[in-house]
Design a binder for this molecule. Sequence first.
Ligand code: S3P
Length: 436
Amino acid sequence: MSESITFKVQPGGSLNGTVRVPGDKSMSHRSIMLGSLAEGVTHVTGFLNAEDAISTLEAFRAMGVQIEGPVNGEVTIYGVGKHGLKAPKEPLYLGNSGTSMRLLSGLLAGQDFDSTLTGDKSLSGRPMRRVTQPLALMGAKIETQENGTAPLHIKGTKNLKGIDYTMPIASAQVKSCLLLAGMYASGETSVTEPAPTRDHTERMLTGFGYPVKREGSKATITSAGKLTATNIDVPSDISSAAFFLVGASIAPNSDVTLQHVGINPTRTGIIDILRLMGANIEILNPREVGGEPVADLRVTSSELHGIHIPEDLVPLAIDEFPVLFVAASCAKGETVLTGAEELRVKESDRIQVMADGLQILGIDAQPTKDGMIIQGGQLGGGEVVSHGDHRIAMSFSIAGLRANAPITIHDCANVNTSFPEFRDLAKQLGLQLTSV
Ligand code: S3P
């Protein structure tokens, strides 16, 4: 269990230098899942050695998969094939990781053994009906708590049947869950998304040689396929790079280059939104690595201005709003976010928690049902709480760059779920951050 950690940031400063942030969390999860189900040995480089990805890795070890690493981002997975997983002896504890729980629920629904998925306090409060309801339509047998939360008790069945499902929310986790279940279902399983969401599952399935049909907003899979082991180079996580994209934009005299960042178009909403606000971000040396677009990102200081964030960019920047709220606080004028009610059911209620913290720091930040209205102003100092949410902790750290007094952020241990190197890299670039 992680101990309590408090961050303290001294006000001001600038960010300068070149860094490579850790591997993409979404792709790291999927590399373990698909590598485990593949035939042969999969080598992963750039794997994210952080608590969430390790939760997935440990779950597959508990189901009999031999996995070596991570050592310096390298993981070797001795795939057991699509039907080779073994019943776990104990409930699978998935910590803080929503991606692990939602994707595994689909995968485990079609196994010939039962399983139970549990998580920490935050994960145990998050909505799971978004996956259990469509899985039930496929014939899955999953018991949740009365309010639709974990623990999930999954009774494996060989009788899943394909469905043609239109998701009521734009969720890559729901889409991926159903595609993984579809690998074990009779007939076709199709998922239509109301707006584009991250497509790492579809791309990685293709990389492992498993057929997935993609027509517009619909992805279709069947059980007729197998996964063949491959090598995966996980690029840096744009959701971790986001803290420095905002930091270098808001702090004067900054010039930061972020190397080897994944710029899959379903993830680049942060770049589009910051550019609309007036940021200077250059995309350098774009290339393709293992079916995913990658580039180096150079960002220099800019005078940001408020905007109404286009709703079609919301799913493409869904994890970046905490730090975008900090950008909006430093921008000239008003920034309005709408269509983002999903933020209320992330690791914390990110609308409420960020509005509360920004108000403590002297910013006029008004939460709304599905977003926030922020008037740019002068960030002050003060004490804020991250509510155990990694991205809230890192966002308030970045706010220090434009504050006029120190900011103390309580409850920061969960930074280890996605970005354990944050403190070191932030300090290396120039953030005056200490932790106790
Ligand atoms: C993820 C999808 C997103 C995102 C999460 C990771 C994924 O969740 O917020 O951090 O890896 O599929 P939703 O699909 O629920 O929006």
